[in-house]
Design a protein around this ligand. Structure first.
Ligand SMILES: Nc1ncnc2c1ncn2[C@@H]1O[C@H](COP(=O)(O)OP(=O)(O)OP(=O)(O)O)[C@@H](O)[C@H]1O
Ligand SMILES: N[C@@H](CCO)C(=O)O
Length: 329
């Protein structure tokens, strides 16, 4: 479960006393998530989420993430809002970790993804991209080509322990991505980790987005590629074109995609597959024995990468247009 840092009652009470939230009623560790320690904190004022930021979240990035959530909430995007203490500060420290209390978002993430979830996701993602247009803070994507190469360097020697030939696959793919990565596409702040467990629904309706801790500046359509990988494959590894088509169609109704963006999608899907393959591979290889957080399966993303490598054009995904082939590298 994702509680890396235990918080004593004494520390918690002293921490919460800095806010206008009344007294602590209960505080329970949340099992889900792999990055940070999350607690469901209930005070006299109701439920909140207490997050202690762990290894991969850099302290200097936190003002960007918190500023982004404030900006989005002000624009009407349903997302957690950082709660300020009586001193006006939202970001403080608890048990030696940067820590924040954010508002609680009602809803559940979908355990079984239906096409209508993907349709609503497309709308929400496009709205998010429009809402960040006037957000002025910037954070370069540390997990793009340069970051992938760095991660590859840390994993290469042991990659074949996870799957025979993985080292060579990654090396060849990174070179291909470097040669074909698009340039000059419309850019802005992207969520960059909008997996199903970060999208809440109440009944049939999408009720909010969480977990902005990988948000960064990059091509907006790269976020679409991340979502295609995270939402449009079935458990057996097959690509679900209906889901992808719905995701794309609903996105394009809110934020039209240019031809250049559409044509780039296959390479962006390959890049996104490599991004999650590499972070998962790194976590898999560096997982302390006996740790309670189960690392996610890197090979799921190797299978997705292999699928995208066979794609000859956009028609193989969801569009009828005859577009140039990204394959053949
Ligand atoms: N604002 C919120 N309102 C309600 N529940 C929340 C909120 N934030 C987090 N949660 C709960 O905590 C869980 C973990 O949160 P989150 O996804 O932010 O953690 P993480 O460690 O960053 O995980 P990930 O592995 O997705 O990066 C969520 O699945 C959800 O159950
Ligand atoms: N969503 C990521 C983990 C958290 O960032 C993954 O599934 O690999």
């Amino acid at each position: 479960m994702a509680v890396y840092t235990e918080v004593s009652d004494e520390d918690l009470n002293a921490f919460v006393a800095q806010y206008d939230l009344g007294a602590v009623v209960s505080c329970k560790g949340i099992a889900e998530g792999v990055e940070n320690s999350n607690f469901l904190l209930v005070t006299d004022r109701g439920p909140y989420i207490l997050t202690l930021y762990e290894k991969r979240t850099r302290r200097e990035d936190l003002p960007f993430f918190l500023g982004l959530m404030e900006h989005l909430a002000a624009k009407g995007i349903a997302c957690p809002l950082p709660v300020a203490g009586r001193d006006g500060q939202a970001l403080r420290e608890l048990c030696g970790r940067p820590a924040v209390i954010v508002t609680f978002l009602a809803g559940m993430w979908p355990r079984r993804i239906l096409p209508q979830h993907c349709a609503q996701l497309g709308t929400a993602l496009a709205r998010l991209h429009l809402a960040v247009a006037d957000f002025t803070m910037r954070r370069p994507n540390a997990l793009s080509l340069g970051g992938w190469k760095e991660l590859y360097g840390k994993c290469a020697a042991r990659a074949d322990e996870v799957a025979p030939g993985l080292r060579e696959t990654l090396e060849t793919e990174l070179a291909a991505l470097e040669a074909h990565w698009p340039a000059g596409l419309p850019s802005g702040v992207i969520h960059a980790d909008l997996f199903p467990d970060n999208v809440f629904f109440r009944g049939e309706e999408l009720s909010g987005l969480i977990d902005f801790y990988f948000a960064c500046n990059d091509f907006l359509v790269y976020d679409v590629a991340i979502c295609i990988n995270a939402w449009c494959f079935e458990i057996d590894g097959s690509f679900n074109a209906t889901k992808a088509r719905l995701l794309l169609a609903s996105y394009r109704k809110v934020r039209p995609l240019s031809r250049a963006e559409l044509v780039s999608l296959p390479w962006l899907c390959r890049g996104s597959a490599v991004r999650f393959l590499l972070t998962r591979l790194y976590d898999w290889l560096n997982h302390p024995p006996g740790a309670f957080v189960r690392p996610k399966d890197p090979l799921e993303y190797l299978r997705k990468l292999r699928f995208h490598q066979t794609v000859r054009g956009l028609g193989d995904y969801f569009l009828d247009e005859d577009t140039p082939s990204p394959a053949g590298s």
